[in-house]
Write a new protein. Structure first.
Length: 50
């Protein structure tokens, strides 16, 4: 399964949660990349830092 196969609602929920946590200064960009990497690795992907 690729990231594009995730349910659109799930994508929106993940985005909203990460944005909320970042605004509350609980997560920095590095922390967000780590969390996203953990999620996508379950589906055979990886987060790249561009």
């Amino acid at each position: 399964m690729t990231a594009t196969e995730l349910n659109e609602d799930t994508q929106d929920q993940i985005y909203d949660l990460l944005e909320y946590l970042q605004q509350m200064e609980k997560l920095k960009n590095k922390d967000i990349r780590i969390l996203l990497d953990k999620i996508v690795r379950k589906y055979g992907g990886k987060v790249v830092n561009k």
